[in-house]
Design a protein around this ligand. Sequence first.
Ligand code: FEO
Length: 394
Amino acid sequence: MAKLEIKKDIFWVGAVDWNVRTFHGHTYSTKRGTTYNAYLILDDKVTLVDTVHPPFAGELIGKIKEIIPPEKIDYIIVNHVEVDHSGALPAMLKVCPRAKLFGTAKCKEGLYRHYYGDWDFQIVKTGDKLPIGKRTLNFIEAPMIHWPDSMFTHCPQEKLLLPNDAFGQHYATSERFDDETDQCALMDEAAKYYGNILWPLSAVILRKIEEVQKMNIAIDMIAPSHGIIWRRDPMKIINAYLGWTKNETKRKAVVVYETMWGATEKMARKIVEGITDSGVAVKLFDITTSDRTEVIKEMLDAKGFVIGSSTHDNDMLTTIAGFLEFLKGLAPKNRVAATFGSYGWAGGAVKSVENVLKETGIEVIQPGLSVKYVPDENEIKRCYEFGRDFAGKL
Ligand code: FEO
């Protein structure tokens, strides 16, 4: 494969994982695969920034060998401990045993707890500078974006920011740059990444972006550790992050439901008609057949959530319950909701859904709509009006 130079003497030496379909255990579906990006800087001190997921260690080393003998690597910057970026370190250190590692104090601790290696490691913190020849690497600690050990590396001479997971996307492509790839797919994957991984950390991320903006550092390229490199318009992803961190929303609703025998589904479809006829964008998901990662992505810019469940054992059904637990962990702010569902002899689901939404900090803005068994003609009309009322409040 041809060497991929992202700037003069700075090479992408990562790996494209075309086939991975779940991430972070099974919490994240990666329908477009992902990449693990690592970067090799040729200077007086040859420096590798991050590594890759362990199954791709051979590929990383192979790419480096096409550029220089790996034993010439002097420094390895470890921006993040998580295995998809540090997992190839043990293999790397076998081929460049004299390399010195740099990372945060939490990184040192985390690496030890993963690999138990007696490695030459120097702790760095925000403001520390590492001269490597013609270039300097400046470090910016970024705790909880998204692990305590996380760090950004900035090269002022190259106007290059290497922020690891931040600004990334799980998006396997043959293209490496934003100006080469499909913009819709790129932003779709960036939003999905933010919504499912970074959303609960919004306040921390906003503070970090503002802190970096105040540093007034030059950036004309952002090269994250997953997906596409931003070179045409790095501000595009920074501005998108600013909107997401502030929980900015559109006049849009997401209806998510679980149905036992189809009655709650009938209600859902009619509610969606009411929302649609009010001129509000809406998406509908049966949570038992939908990709949860995609549902969360749609919720990221939606003002309103409408959640429905049939009643089972005086409570909501189990798949929607699991989904709402996941949503609670993402801690969305500035959202409103409504609830609905059918029941047989005793209700319970609508109240349970409401309770979880309130615990999540989401305001329930109209009384829940419950229907006994199957909605009749009048109740179907009420579902339509329920949708219209909700849309009118967005
Ligand atoms: Fe891509 Fe937090 O690892």
